[in-house]
Design a protein around this ligand. Structure first.
Ligand code: APR
Length: 335
């Protein structure tokens, strides 16, 4: 009998609970969710247990048999025993971006949270594949890599799938076509300098640049880059439906060993690092995702203009990495 895979989601806030809900509906893995309690005066709530119960009843109502459990943990790391033997651990715990706040502002607070979670994953689920969602995601993915000691193939940041979905949305609206027929990748750091790869993007095989005038493409690139901020300004907090769907796309590729090519933030070094001019940190590039995690780093062609954009994007990630480096210091397992 083959056991169903177990996907644990740490942080069942906006993004985490939608990841759990989509996974529950898709039904290809059992789901465990973890979050801290919420205090309101004297009363202590355990929202994560309530959400798990609600999701359990949702799948019952939908005739789906996904197993879902919720566990309350403490910020200092108590209560993580049930994460044991998880195949995939999705980390969304952390503070979301508020209006006017940059992703870098979140760095210090979120590094603290991630450190505790990683130490528990190392203890209870040392073979898991990590998917990092917490922002600033390229830096948090690097921190997760350094603190976990896991091979780079098992530490993956979610950003490119989301940014590419935003890019596709705006192209689809412009051309009035299904987003399904659009192949468009966004690579680089998950920030304002991300790199939408126009030169290789196409709609039904036809190059994007032959379908949309240059100025309009520039507008779409701008809206894609600031796509997260546009939603923050409307909702007062960051997006969650599309981010959750992007995570689930990645989880599905891993669990079903589908070998999809998805842009993800991964540790670049060696030969791929040379191609991308990145030595020893995490940035978004297209990768092949299969049962073992990152099975291949794809060296995507870039025209000179894109290379320049790529270099700027990488440089801003590198600065964040330097800051993070000081914050994690001696705790690093990989050196
Ligand atoms: N341990 C476990 N869970 C924690 C901890 C902790 N130490 N600290 C906070 N959390 C939980 C919160 O209780 C909350 O439920 O993390 C969850 C975060 O959820 P939200 O505040 O709703 O944030 P969300 O919109 O889901 O974004 C999560 O993903 O996209 C990124 O920038 C975003 O970094 C943010 C993360």
């Amino acid at each position: 009998m083959t056991m169903r895979k177990v996907v644990s989601v740490v942080g069942a806030g906006n993004v985490g609970e939608h990841v759990a809900s989509l996974l529950a509906i898709k039904g290809f893995a059992d789901v465990r969710i973890f979050d801290i309690p919420r205090r309101d005066g004297d009363k202590v709530f355990e929202p994560v247990k309530g959400k798990a119960l609600d999701l359990k009843q949702m799948v019952a109502a939908m005739d789906i048999d996904t197993k879902i459990e919720g566990f309350t943990v403490s910020p200092d790391g108590n209560g993580y025993e049930p994460i044991v033997d998880s195949d995939i651990v999705v980390i969304t715990a952390g503070f979301p971006r508020k209006p006017g706040m940059s992703r870098e502002d979140l760095l210090e607070a979120n590094i603290k949270i991630i450190s505790t979670i990683i130490s528990k994953v190392r203890q209870y689920a040392p073979n898991a594949i990590l998917i990092v969602v917490t922002n600033p995601v390229d830096i948090m993915t690097y921190v997760a890599y350094r603190l976990s000691g896991f091979p780079p193939t098992r530490v993956i940041g979610m950003a490119g799938v989301l940014d590419s979905a935003r890019f596709k949305t705006f192209i689809a609206e412009e051309l009035r076509v299904s987003p399904k027929d659009i192949h468009a990748y966004v690579i680089g750091g998950h920030g304002d300098e991300m790199v939408p790869l126009v030169s290789i993007s196409n709609v039904g095989g036809i190059p994007l640049k032959d379908l949309i005038p240059k100025e309009k493409i520039q507008e779409i690139i701008h809206r894609t880059r600031f796509g997260g901020g546009e939603i923050v300004n409307l909702m007062g907090t960051s997006a969650y439906y599309a981010p959750a769907a992007a995570v689930v796309d990645m989880v599905e590729a891993l669990v079903t060993n589908s070998r999809r090519i998805l842009p993800c933030s991964v540790y670049l070094d060696g030969e791929a690092g040379e191609y991308y001019e990145v030595k020893g940190f995490c940035v978004g590039v297209p990768v092949k995702l299969g049962a073992n995690g990152v099975e291949e780093i794809i060296k995507v062609p870039m025209i000179e203009e894109e290379r320049e954009m790529w270099r700027r994007s990488v440089e801003s990630v590198r600065k964040g990495v330097e800051l993070a480096e000081v914050m994690i210091g001696e705790k690093s397992v990989h050196r």
